[in-house]
Ligand binder design. Sequence first.
Ligand code: 5GP
Ligand code: MN
Length: 343
Amino acid sequence: MTKEQIKDIKKLLSTPQNIVIIPHRNPDGDAIGSSLALYHFLNKAHRVTVVAPNDYPNFLKWMPSSNKVRLFDKQNKQSKKALENADLIFLLDFNALHRIGDDMQKTVEKLKTTFIMIDHHLQPDMSITPYVYSDTSICSTCQMMYHFFELLDAVNKIDSDIASCLYTGIMTDTGSFRFPSTTSTTHRIVADLIDKGANNAQIHNNVYDVNSYGKLQLLGKALSNLKVVQEYRTAYITLSQEELNAFDYQKGDTEGVVNYALSLKGVIFAAIFIEDVEQKIIKMSLRSKGSFSVNKFARAHFNGGGHDNAAGGRSEKSINDTVSYFLSLLPNYKLDLEKSDEK
Ligand code: 5GP
Ligand code: MN
């Protein structure tokens, strides 16, 4: 983002505006965290609505003003009205409009208003708006939001609500500060957020220690379905709709499960395949260690994308055919998988 653009944004925000904030579909901690942080930041001087494409996991619903989030699929009229009246729309934690789902994309595409995109995913679609703050080296959109507040000379406006929201997104997108995207700057920002009122122990507790019995049983099932393909340093997990139903699956219950596959010694590529009978797709999460890019893999074969070490995709084949197809691709990547953790 250029200095000129920051000047434009400051000017725009100097008078009251109707503002809508949009996170991606199936919003995670970073998407909801950055959206609610910005909501709290702008809400004092503007009319602000967060419109999420669809619902998000219960373990994020403790976040301050979570009850103010409108869901485009369930509160359609209200959401459309807010979008149509918006003078300014923020697009947070996604890089292309298809990431908000077909229905919402159709509505948003038609709007003639100013968009600002803040995101850390690879290959952002630069045709949406000239106002793009993209940095794929930063661990989370929440960290970028902190830098955005710095650009606006407004870090002093971060209160405990904003700090808690930002802390949550940084924590969830860095796997609790362990992924390589976690830098000394991340830790400095997190330290400042704690000083500004983020209760770190409480936030970890709110997000990670609220498991239902069903979720843990489902994790047990997922782990018993874990398969390893030693030759390709790959491990994968499947969960059929029947298995999800048997353990009273709730949104968010499978988040992070793929990381167990990646935690196996010697494994550098992990996948989880989750059947969604309603959408008639297999949703996949892909993770890697080192130079093997799951973003490229997901883009090339599974209509997806994301980051180099964490990406997602989908397949319209059956779960068995999806897995077979996945396995058939591995030989093409043998060399990349072998040398992924070489420096
Ligand atoms: P997850 O596996 O946790 O759903 O997603 C991992 C990362 O990949 C996230 O940054 C997410 O935004 C991105 N991602 C997940 N699914 C898709 C997809 O279908 N398309 C694209 N472009 N990115 C995705
Ligand atoms: Mn993110």
